[in-house]
Ligand binder design. Structure first.
Ligand SMILES: Nc1ncnc2c1ncn2[C@@H]1O[C@H](COP(=O)(O)OP(=O)(O)O)[C@@H](O)[C@H]1O
Ligand SMILES: [Mg+2]
Length: 280
């Protein structure tokens, strides 16, 4: 069982991303270890005859918060689902900590990867407490006190009031359901958290407070996050690096300020321009 690393080392590393024939690189505050947390190698993906993703290469370092933005249908969800084996590429490889997921047991793999998606995916017949306790229960087996502690801890971390414990999903708001979903994903102590437009269905104020929570959780736990969004502000605000996709191809993978100051393609430039138009 992998464990969450609560300490992050402030050292330097160089990471690279190849997309098609282009090479992107970004220097951030990590050490070059040679082994990436998540690596996509020469990925080609098709559903039937329809090619969705081609020549896709990406390396994500441990502790990064990568936001993924792009037009609808460009393959963002597919990119996330390849990490936990829900979708298998036609060719190419996904490596986690340097190991191909083809060699891994999918159940064990998924237990180490939290997956939070848009809308409520909670068990409707279970209380908030039971929903969050689901994986800790599997791990702690008979140690009920340990599970109760875990539930309390994660509810506090995602900003849920303790009195909500006994409510059912239908008895709490959309924003609260989203928090329960995140607490449930985190309660398994995953090394990696995949989030697919998790805040898409909540109002602006709730969205902003959920963004604050996830940024804080990321800072405090050092968990590696892949976060899909269609909101450029959200992508730039949350991401330590931002991946911009269009039609199955990476347009740019860079620090937020790099995206803003030096958009690599017309597509990225338009995305930024739209943001400026809305802001003015
Ligand atoms: N199970 C599937 N079968 C066939 N086509 C699919 C399937 N899942 C996704 N697609 C298609 O693949 C493309 C990429 O989908 P997706 O990764 O969900 O895009 P995004 O999340 O960026 O909107 C879309 O054109 C979508 O219609
Ligand atoms: Mg999607």
């Amino acid at each position: 069982m992998w464990r969450l690393r609560f300490l992050r080392k402030e050292v330097f590393y160089m990471s690279k991303c190849f997309a098609g024939n282009e090479v992107f690189s970004a220097r951030t505050e990590r050490k070059e270890t040679g082994v990436h947390c998540i690596e996509y190698k020469n990925i080609r993906m098709a559903y039937g005859e329809k090619v969705i993703i081609e020549n896709f290469n990406l390396a994500v370092e441990k502790g990064e918060f990568v936001t993924i933005i792009g037009s609808s249908g460009c393959g963002k969800t597919t990119i996330l689902k390849m990490v936990n084996g829900l979708v298998r590429p036609v060719s190419g490889e996904i490596l986690i900590d340097g190991r191909s997921i083809r060699e891994m047991d999918l159940t064990a793999l998924r237990r180490n990867i939290g997956y939070a998606i848009q809308g409520s995916v909670l068990f409707p017949h279970m209380t908030v407490e039971k929903n969050i306790a689901y994986v800790p229960n599997l791990i702690n087996k008979k140690d009920k006190a340990k599970t109760a502690q875990a539930v309390e801890k994660w509810m506090r971390i995602v900003g849920l009031d303790e009195e909500l414990k006994t409510r059912y999903p239908s008895e709490i708001s959309g924003g609260q359901q989203q928090r329960v979903g995140i607490a449930r994903a985190l309660a398994a102590s995953p090394e990696i958290l995949l989030m697919d437009e998790p805040f898409g269905a909540v109002d602006e104020i709730t969205r902003s407070s959920l963004q604050d929570e996830i940024a804080r959780i990321h800072r405090e736990t050092g968990i590696t996050i892949l976060f899909v969004t269609h909101d450029i502000d959200e992508a730039l605000r949350l991401g330590t690096r931002v991946l911009v996709m269009n039609e199955g191809r990476a347009q740019q993978f860079a620090l937020p300020r790099e995206i803003l100051n030096h958009p690599a393609t017309d597509f990225v430039r338009q995305l930024i321009r739209k943001k400026e138009l809305y802001a003015s």
